[in-house]
Write a new protein. Structure first.
Length: 323
């Protein structure tokens, strides 16, 4: 395994490349902006016209389809939700597989099953294009800074072709293997831990509120104690502020922990803690909060126990706003 580090400074006179960005959400927009700063011409597509407009406002070019965005591109970065969307972007109507430049690289940043990655990479590479399995970690703020972590696998040729774009969007690129699918497997380990930690943090802060504790003081104490986790430190402030505007939505972990369950069942490997966390995300989604911030698991605990949590409502928030 190789870890590639680089300075965030773009060298003067770097040549301009053509990139396409498919999926202009909070992560994709930040990645597009990072590519622009690095000297890329960026064309983008999203099913949400407002997202495309935000890219245009940031200096990119909007496209009416994935195929149009990818036309002649050296690198196509796909930041969508799942394997079905990734397959449609590659091979569906107005897909990118035949319009991206010969020898160009498709950088797939979706969190999907490793077997699905391999199933998609093989036919793309048969066309003379390259596939880099490159799930991302770091959140929207780091995406905007060009400071993501990328867990990547693919051929040396795919890495070489993608390198200028990787330099633009990531602070660290983990080179995890020569075959697509390895990066996806690493990402699922991360998602197992992340989902469990969010569920545990939500359970703990709601339980603290049920005990009548000052939950702001609980946050102060726990973040200085052995029970702290990155997710507790990052997500509990959303609960304290009553702000469930989605940075990462509940349904993302319904999907990702579901993939982990499928992988574990196939391998005959027990994952009881991840299974319990999945049930809490499923219950939270079923309660109407699937599109809200994943810290909404705390709201589910509050709802079913009659516990009060801060209830400030933010613009765009859906689902429950009080216990």
């Amino acid at each position: 395994m190789t870890v590639y580090d680089r300075s965030k400074e773009n060298p003067a006179g770097a040549r301009t490349n053509r990139a396409a960005l498919i999926g202009i959400g909070s992560m994709g927009l930040g990645m597009a902006m990072s590519l622009r700063r690095a000297g890329f011409e960026v064309a983008g597509f999203d099913v949400d016209a407002a997202a495309v407009a935000r890219l245009v406002d940031a200096g990119g070019r909007g496209a009416a389809s994935p195929a149009e965005a990818a036309e002649g591109a050296d690198v196509v970065v796909s930041v969508v939700v799942n394997a079905a969307q990734t397959e449609a972007i590659l091979f569906g109507t107005n897909g990118v597989a035949e319009t991206m430049a010969e020898g160009a690289v498709f950088v797939s940043s979706a969190t999907i099953d490793p077997d699905a990655v391999r199933r998609l990479a093989t036919p793309l590479e048969a066309t003379g294009r390259l596939y880099l399995d490159a799930p991302i970690s770091g959140g929207s703020a780091r995406a905007a800074e060009g400071a993501l972590t990328i867990l990547a696998s693919g051929s040396p040729a795919a890495f070489a072709r993608a390198r200028p774009a990787l330099d633009a969007i990531a602070a660290n690129v983990y080179e995890l293997g020569d075959e697509p699918g390895v990066g996806a497997a690493f990402k699922m380990i991360n998602q197992l831990l992340a989902g469990v930690h969010i569920a545990a943090a939500s359970e703990a802060i709601a339980f603290a509120a049920r005990q009548g504790l000052d939950i702001r003081k609980v946050y102060e104490v726990i973040t200085a104690s052995a029970g702290n986790s990155w997710m507790f430190e990052n997500r509990v402030p959303h609960v304290l502020d009553g702000d469930y505007t989605p940075r990462s939505a509940v349904d993302i972990f319904v999907k990702d922990l579901g993939i982990i369950q499928d992988m574990a069942r196939s391998a005959k490997f027990p994952v009881p803690v991840a299974a319990a966390a999945l049930q809490m995300f499923l219950a939270t989604s079923a309660a109407g909060m699937g599109r809200d911030d994943d810290a909404s698991v705390a709201r589910l605990y509050a709802k079913i126990t009659g516990t009060e949590l801060p209830t400030t409502r933010k613009p765009g928030q859906t689902g429950l706003t009080s216990a």
